[in-house]
Design a protein around this ligand. Structure first.
Ligand code: SAH
Length: 495
């Protein structure tokens, strides 16, 4: 592929608001140069081996000057890399994307531009404000209200007010009073509805809606901070009526998901769909065992049931069989038991149906259901983690079942987001931390180190996980069953 730079608009920050083309470009990148406003969930898409360059700009503080960013892009492209330049919102809207492309053109570096969802339109949509509406206005204007230090705003307020359209001001929080005064001086109706939207589209979005005459006072009183935009116009009067985001059941809650990435997706997506601000911070990783001899030995004996206790176990079994030069047909004749629906889904990905799923998704219920389904003196082949709990094999043995426990993978405590987690805990920024196994509790505790674990609710799947969380002094809520629905139900009840 020709080395080139692709400018990608990363969207306004809310989960899922990156375009498909943008995601594909990031996944193929050798180097990614990104800004401060680009959301972590998007940075998670950057391939592990790719170069990451953070050129994030703080307000009034430019760690990397624009000329240097331009030069970084050209340098990386000349090294033959496929470069993605990731910018918040849309690349060309107040993002200096135009300047970067001019420099690339002058340097002879081919480039492409993938537009993004701009905060100017998306944040109002998440705040219940349609930027145009036939009953109110027929135009929307996007204006920068960035004031150079100590200088007055360069905005022609008279012309703006005369347009009678919706006005959206970006980069305007510092100059909020100046913007409102400018509009009032240009004879906008003092009771014209307006709003400030902070962190638009993110789970932590906040908004203040008021008339132009009092908006600045109210927004300051609420302590709204950057990133935020100002929107002015009659459409703002619809903000309550058309608000669909704030009423979501988990709106305003920041929830940390600690399970490994491959399995975090569904839980994180569901929590997000319910309005939560989801932070994915996997605290454990699974590592396949290289020694597959125990599996080879086990396959030489006859077993009635193969038992899987996690999706990772299913994938590890397929992988280990592959290393033996075999495949899932090596389990031919056995019936399949799984601990829960997630594991059944993992089997289904290989075209296999689970024969047994216990009513309650834990080791004890699985063992009892399995023992009841076994022939007298039957044998079970456990294909699972090396450090799997003892409840399952012991309960099976007690019930007279022969057990072969094959360790297929190890769970290692590794967390790339440890620093971010520590800061969140210090700032009391997490409402809930989800734990889906004892090992996620251990991984989390190791990642954050000696910290106060009482500032959040530990939402745990099953009693064993809850016990581990309680040992660290966490406030625990326990999901009745290992389903996302049960976890969400548990959030609403006192433990
Ligand atoms: N290119 C970006 C805008 C860059 S200017 C875009 O298209 O969205 C940066 C300004 O965008 C911030 O000062 C703020 O006014 C606004 N902004 C960015 N993300 C925002 C968000 N999630 N909510 C509200 N305003 C946001």
């Amino acid at each position: 592929m020709t080395a080139k730079v692709t400018l990608v608009g990363a969207g306004p920050g809310g989960r899922g608001l990156l375009t498909l083309a943008g995601a594909a470009a990031i996944e193929q990148a050798d180097a990614v140069v990104f800004d401060r406003l680009v959301d972590e969930s998007i940075l998670d898409l950057i391939p592990a081996g790719a170069v990451r360059v953070n050129v994030g700009k703080e307000n009034n503080h430019h760690p990397v000057p624009q000329e240097q960013i331009n030069e970084i892009l050209v340098q990386l492209a000349r090294e033959g890399k496929n470069v993605v330049r990731l910018k918040g919102g849309d690349c060309y809207l107040f993002g200096r994307g135009g300047e970067e492309c001019e420099y690339l053109r002058a340097s002879g570096v081919p480039f492409a531009v993938i537009p993004g969802v701009t905060s100017a339109l998306a944040a109002p949509a998440f705040a219940g404000i349609p930027v145009t509406h036939r009953d109110f206005c027929s135009s929307v204007h996007i204006i920068t209200a960035h004031a150079r230090a100590g200088k007055p705003l360069q905005i022609d307020f008279n012309s703006l007010v005369r347009l009678r359209g919706t006005l959206v001001f970006l980069m305007g929080l510092t100059a909020l009073e100046q913007v409102m005064d400018g509009l009032l001086a240009a004879h906008i109706a003092p009771d014209m509805p307006a709003a400030v939207i902070e962190n638009g589209t993110r789970g932590i979005q906040r908004k203040v809606v008021a008339t132009v005459s009092v908006l600045a006072d109210k927004a300051r009183a609420a302590g709204l901070k950057s990133p935020a935009l100002i929107i002015v116009g009659e459409v703002c009067a619809l903000s309550d009526k058309l608000d669909w985001f704030t009423p979501l059941p988990l709106h305003g809650k920041t929830i940390i998901v600690t399970r490994p990435r491959a399995r975090a997706g569904t839980l994180a997506n569901r929590l997000h769909a319910l309005g939560a601000n989801v932070v994915e911070a996997p605290c454990i990783e699974t590592v396949q065992r290289t020694d597959v001899q125990p599996l080879a030995d086990a396959l030489a004996q006859k077993h009635d049931w193969a038992v899987f206790t996690s999706p990772a176990g299913v994938h590890a079994a397929v992988h280990a069989l592959g290393k033996l030069g075999r495949d899932l047909r090596a389990l031919y004749g056995m019936r399949f038991a799984v601990i829960g629906r997630g594991t059944a889904d993992a089997l289904a990905d290989y075209g296999l149906a689970a024969d047994l799923v216990p009513v309650q998704y834990d080791g004890t219920h699985l063992a009892h259901a399995l023992a009841a389904a076994m022939p007298q003196g039957g044998a079970a082949l456990l294909l699972r983690a090396a450090a799997g709990g003892q409840v399952l094999p012991e309960t099976l043995l007690d019930a007279g079942v022969r057990v072969t426990d094959v360790p297929l993978y190890d769970t290692v405590y590794r967390c790339a987001k440890a620093d971010a987690l520590r800061i969140m805990l210090e700032q009391n920024a997490a409402d809930v931390v989800t734990f889906t196994s004892v090992s996620t509790v251990e991984g989390f505790v190791r990642a954050v180190g000696a910290a106060d674990y009482t500032g959040f609710t530990a939402l745990c799947i099953g009693e064993q996980t809850a016990g581990a969380a309680r040992r660290y002094g966490m406030h625990v809520k326990t999901a009745e069953n290992a389903t996302i629905d049960a976890m969400i139900d548990a959030l609403g009840m006192e433990d």
